[in-house]
Design a protein around this ligand. Structure first.
Ligand SMILES: Cc1ncc(COP(=O)(O)O)c(C=O)c1O
Length: 384
């Protein structure tokens, strides 16, 4: 048992799964060009908003005929906007394997009162995609942030599906491939993989989703903040940066800075490589360590952003208390902030490995997890 504190520390101890670490080159001065105190409808504001949309398209490889909007209320706003506008036209299948996906199930079943088929899997597992009815509208989370389970690349969504595929990709976008031609709605928020600011969401729509918007009016009321059509026609200005309500131009500037940074590390390929390298450090750690495991069971479903770990040592008496105590030690040492598991998930650690995190910091963290684990086992034994 080694309880000596490791000699080196992560330079940046921010391992939160949202808001996530800012890009390593971030400084507040980088936002000096923000048109503060100006209207977002002035030419300068509109140009920035349009740039945010079109540069997103470039980096993520969003097809030219898909529409992109900046919407209120972060990823939650974008997902709910999609659900409230699009669902109800045909049968619905909800897929969930962790907390956020379960939240969308509640929206569909309890709020929209849809007679939806609900398919769930426990934390660590994923649903059986072979059993999914793609002629239904399907709603799912691409990367389950609270379980560290993502949709495997091998899942094939049929090109000739009848339904729309609505995907909450907030912890996947900019770190994982998204098969655009198989997805009809993709959402994310700036505060995740790019380390942007919270409160703004991105809503990406396929031509089929737009067709649904223009040909279907839901039976429930739509507040102004959700409305994407007027008189049965798409309000197309929304997809050129004429936002529904007032955005923060400081956050827009910050997002543009994050996109600059994303380009500087090689765009989507570079971002994916960074997240993969970060997650690999933790996967290797689990591989060689008998007392810790990836919560996600199947390797092809292992998230490369929100890596969730569980302690498996028989000596642990109270899993939740133990995990919280380990996270507290890491925080107190200033080596990992916000690394405890999500409140509804099985106890353990959750280490954000998205692109803004440096691999050297994940490497420096691992010996500290070993130290905190051993120290907590000893404390628990002593207390008994
Ligand atoms: C999968 C998923 N969906 C939705 C959300 C909510 O995002 P926001 O707070 O940006 O609305 C989160 C936040 O962590 C998430 O991880």
């Amino acid at each position: 048992m080694n309880m000596t504190k490791p000699a080196s520390r992560p330079v940046n101890p921010r391992f939160s799964s949202g808001p996530c670490a800012k890009p390593p080159t971030f400084k507040l001065e980088k936002l000096n060009d923000a048109p503060l105190g100006r209207s977002h409808r002035a030419a300068i504001g509109k140009a920035k908003l349009l740039a945010a949309i079109e540069r997103t398209r470039g980096i993520l490889g969003v097809p030219a005929d898909y529409l992109i909007a900046i919407v209120p209320a972060s990823d939650t706003g974008a997902v709910e906007m999609a659900m409230w506008n699009l669902l109800g036209a045909r049968k619905v299948e909800m897929l969930a394997w962790e907390s956020f996906g379960s939240g969308w199930v509640t929206d569909a079943v309890k709020q929209l009162k849809l007679d939806a088929k609900v398919t769930t899997a426990d934390y660590g597992q994923i649903v059986d995609f072979d059993a999914v009815d793609w002629d239904a509208d399907v709603v799912m989370t691409w990367n389950g942030t609270t379980s560290g389970v993502r949709v495997p690349d091998s899942v094939e969504i049929p090109a000739d599906r009848e339904g729309l595929v609505i995907v909450d990709a907030t912890s996947a976008a900019f770190a994982q491939d998204l098969p655009w031609d198989r997805l009809d709605v993709v959402t994310y928020s700036w505060q995740k993989v790019l380390g942007g600011e919270a409160a703004h969401g991105m809503l990406i729509l396929s031509p089929r989703a737009v067709q649904r918007l223009e040909n279907y009016a839901p039976s429930w009321p739509l507040p102004k903040i959700f409305r994407l059509t007027k008189g049965g026609k798409l309000i197309d200005g929304i997809f050129r940066g004429e936002t529904i309500n007032t955005p923060s131009m400081l956050c827009v500037e910050d997002y543009l800075f994050a996109l600059d940074w994303a380009e500087s590390v090689g765009g989507l390929e570079g971002l994916k490589a960074r997240a993969n390298a970060n997650a690999q450090v933790l996967w290797d750690f689990c591989e060689r360590t008998p007392w810790i495991e990836n919560l996600a069971v199947t390797p092809e479903a292992w998230s490369n952003t929100s890596v969730c770990l569980k302690f498996t040592d028989d000596r642990i008496r109270d899993g939740a208390a133990f995990a919280k105590a380990v996270a507290k030690r890491l925080e107190a040492e200033g080596v990992a902030y916000d690394a405890a598991y999500y409140r509804d998930a099985p106890p353990g650690l959750r280490i954000w490995c998205g692109a803004t995190v440096e691999t050297s910091d994940v490497e420096a963290l691992v010996p500290w997890i070993e130290w905190a684990f051993e120290t907590e086992i000893a404390a628990q034994t002593q207390a008994a």
